[in-house]
Design a protein. Structure first.
Length: 296
C-alpha cells in the first residue's frame, strides 16, 4: 500500500536526520589543491547550504587547444559514491598528463560535496542530482555545474561520469525514494562487479567494450541476473546496459558529446577493496581514452 508523496514537512524531517560522516575539507580539497601544480583549478561556485564548507571546482588543462578533442570527467554527482570522487582525482593526478598531447581535459571531481559528507544520494532538499541536469535545475549542485560548463558544452567530445552501485541503494536510498514519491517500486538485484551505462540513443558499443576490457584488468565485471538484466535493464554486451540519458536528465546526457558512459563500481563486493574501486574508475577512463585516441 502506498503513502502520500512527501510534502515540505516530510522533506525537512528527513533533512534533520542527516549527519556529517566524513570531511570534504580534509579528504577531497587537499587533493584538488595539489593538482594546482599541473592544472588550472577553478572554483565555479559554493553550495548555499554552507558556502565556506562546500566550494566546488573544475580541474582543467592549462592550455586549451582547439585542435584537440575535449574530455569531461565528473565524479560525486551522488556524493556517497566514493570511488567516483577519488577515481576522478586519481586519474587527474596520476594519468591525465599522459593524454595531454591528445585531449583537453576538464574534471569536476565532486559535484555534490554535502552528499559526500553525509554519504547521501540526495541533496539537502531530498532531490536526486542525477535526475536534475536540466535548465533551471531544482538541484543547486546541477545548476552551478551547468553554468560552469556553458563555455565548453558544445565542444565536449566524450564524457565519463563516475558512479557506484552499492548495497545501500536497496537498503536505504530506494526505500527512501519510495517513501518520498509515495510509490512502491520493486527493488532490483544489486550486481556484484563493475558495469557501464551507455546512452540508448547513442550507445557507442565499441567505446563501451574498450572500457570493460580495460576494467577487466583491475576487477571483475558484473554478470547479468537470471533474466539477462543488470538493475532491471537488458544487457547489451558484457557489463554494459543502456539508459535514455537525456530523457532521465542524467549528468552524462547534459551535453551532445559523441561518446558518453556512466561507470558503476560495486564497492560492497568481498572481491574488492577501496583501492581497487578507485583503480577501476581510473582504468575505465584510460580504456575509453585509449580507444578514442585510435578512433581519432
Amino acid at each position: 500500500m502506498t503513502n502520500s508523496p512527501w510534502g515540505q514537512l516530510e522533506k525537512d524531517n528527513w533533512f534533520k536526520l542527516q549527519t556529517i560522516k566524513r570531511s570534504y575539507k580534509t579528504e577531497v580539497l587537499p587533493k584538488i589543491e595539489k593538482l594546482k601544480a599541473s592544472f588550472d583549478v577553478v572554483q565555479y561556485g559554493s553550495l548555499s547550504y554552507n558556502p565556506e564548507l562546500y566550494p566546488v571546482f573544475l580541474i582543467q588543462s592549462r592550455h586549451f587547444d582547439k585542435a584537440k578533442k575535449t574530455i569531461l570527467i565528473t565524479g560525486g554527482v551522488h556524493g556517497y559514491e566514493t570511488s567516483g570522487v577519488h577515481g576522478a582525482l586519481a586519474f587527474m593526478e596520476n594519468e591525465a598528463r599522459k593524454y595531454a598531447d591528445s585531449f583537453n581535459l576538464i574534471c569536476a571531481p565532486c559535484i555534490s560535496p554535502w552528499g559526500y559528507e553525509t554519504i547521501n544520494r540526495w541533496n539537502p532538499k531530498a532531490i536526486d542530482p542525477n535526475r536534475s541536469f536540466v535548465s533551471n535545475s531544482p538541484a543547486e549542485e546541477c545548476a552551478l555545474f551547468l553554468k560552469a560548463l556553458e563555455p565548453y558544452v558544445n565542444d565536449i567530445y566524450a564524457h565519463f561520469d563516475l558512479h557506484e552501485t552499492t548495497d545501500t541503494d536497496n537498503t536505504v536510498f530506494r526505500l527512501a525514494k519510495n517513501q518520498r514519491d509515495g510509490k512502491d517500486e520493486e527493488l532490483t538485484e544489486i550486481p556484484d562487479g563493475f558495469y557501464g551505462v551507455g546512452d540508448s540513443e547513442n550507445p557507442c558499443p565499441e567505446f563501451q567494450k574498450a572500457i570493460i576490457d580495460s576494467v577487466k584488468k583491475v576487477t571483475h565485471i558484473a554478470p547479468p541476473d537470471q533474466e539477462g538484466r543488470i538493475i532491471g535493464v537488458p544487457l547489451e554486451q558484457e557489463g554494459v546496459i543502456n539508459y535514455p540519458l537525456k530523457k532521465l536528465s542524467l549528468c552524462a546526457g547534459f551535453s551532445n558529446a559523441k561518446y558518453t558512459t556512466t561507470t558503476e563500481v560495486y564497492p560492497d563486493s568481498p572481491k574488492v577493496t577501496d583501492a581497487i574501486c578507485i583503480e577501476a574508475q581510473v582504468a575505465a577512463i584510460k580504456g575509453g581514452l585509449d580507444y578514442l585516441k585510435c578512433a581519432n
